[in-house]
Write a protein that binds this ligand. Structure first.
Ligand SMILES: [Zn+2]
Ligand SMILES: [Zn+2]
Length: 359
């Protein structure tokens, strides 16, 4: 049986390749991709911000087990699995042996392995804009809870797990104030999790749809960027809404260098800044380092998450599925062959989260 997988050779161009679907190896499995999302990283890839050699898009997915490798009988939380079961895999592996892994920060693993650089390399299916996905023996995967549809589970293995880990690193606790810069997929997931732990949430964005969604995902207040175009006016608004001092924790998920400058300005003295959004090398921000010094702030950079956070995210979804409009997070579906259109619409922010349905 053949499967298809895509490749972005340069900005605004996507190619599809076909290969024989590989057999699973002992301890691993091969899944049929039932849904994969256009995440912010794929939009950066689509813009050509990931170097000249091209890249394999796709890491957020939900799938069904097509074939189990020898000895694969349970997921990474010990739940029994069989062919046909719905699963979500972590999209990389960590070594569990390097300095960071041993210290409990597997998100900082020094030997993290993601997909291959080109689909030509066997086992071919190591990214998820594809019909199939190859899960390696040391790669965490979890069964998707029965009450969580694929449409919702697909974003758990990136956006949601990453912000879950970020809020833990930032020690966001009961009664604290969280400011979220950017109400896209990451931001909305963070708002729901922050509310569940009793924080007060303020969101900033400049897109009507996103501001409305922020409110539905638990934001107590929203700030419309269009009404506060300059930093001073935004800061005044943030201060007013936080009772003068500024937020305890700022989560930057807008993904532009200017947002990082804003975040340093907004966070209260002694507060914590969580930087997730800026992921494009070469994009810089002019900033006075003395701001960090004199405000005595902590800055945490967060890419990925310790693999077991995917399990926490899936459990959170199972418990809160009725409380937040998670189904709205994917507001457009495309067949895999229309990936270019999905990426274009995502780049223009005409959709919040586009889903590709390979089947
Ligand atoms: Zn992602
Ligand atoms: Zn490691």
């Amino acid at each position: 049986m053949k499967g298809a997988i895509s490749f972005i050779p340069e900005g605004h161009k996507i190619e599809f390749f076909e290969y024989e679907v590989p057999q699973p190896v002992p301890g691993g499995l091969v899944a049929r991709v039932t849904q994969t999302n256009v995440c912010g990283s794929e939009v950066h890839m689509w813009k050509g911000e990931f170097g000249r050699r091209g890249i394999m898009p796709g890491h957020e997915m939900a799938g069904a087990i097509e074939s189990l490798g020898q000895g694969t009988t349970k997921d990474w939380a010990g739940a029994a699995v069989k062919e046909g079961d719905r699963i979500a895999p972590v999209y990389y592996t960590v070594c569990n042996r390097c300095e960071n892994c041993v210290a409990g920060n597997q998100a900082g693993c020094l030997n993290r392995v993601m997909g291959a650089s080109h689909p030509d390399k066997p086992p071919h299916f190591t990214a998820t804009f594809a019909t199939h996905y190859f899960v390696k023996p040391d790669q965490h995967f979890y069964r998707i809870p029965d009450n969580v549809p694929d449409l919702i589970a697909a974003s758990a293995n990136c956006a949601m797990s990453q912000v879950y880990w970020a809020l833990d690193r930032g020690r966001l606790s009961y009664g604290e104030k969280l400011l979220v810069l950017g109400a896209g997929g990451l931001g909305l997931h963070a708002m729901a999790i922050a509310k569940a732990r009793g924080a007060r949430v303020i969101a900033i964005d400049g897109v009507e749809l996103r501001l409305a969604q922020a409110k539905r995902f638990g934001a107590d207040e929203v700030i419309d960027l269009r009404k506060f175009p300059d930093f001073k006016s935004r800061q005044a608004q943030v201060r007013e809404l936080t009772g003068g001092g500024g937020p305890d924790v700022v989560l930057e998920v807008a993904g532009i260098p200017e947002a990082f400058i804003d975040a340093v300005g907004f966070v209260r003295n002694g507060g914590r800044l969580l930087e997730l959004g800026n992921i494009s090398g070469g994009m810089t921000a002019p900033i006075a380092p003395s701001m960090v010094t004199f405000k005595s702030i902590e800055i945490h950079g967060i890419a990925t998450y310790p693999p077991h956070y995917l399990k926490k995210s899936l459990d959170f979804l199972a418990r809160h599925i009725e409380r937040y409009p998670y189904l709205e997070l994917c507001d457009a579906k495309f067949p895999l062959s229309k990936a270019a259109e999905a990426l274009d619409k995502s780049e223009r922010k005409e959709v919040t989260r586009a889903a590709l349905i390979p089947g």
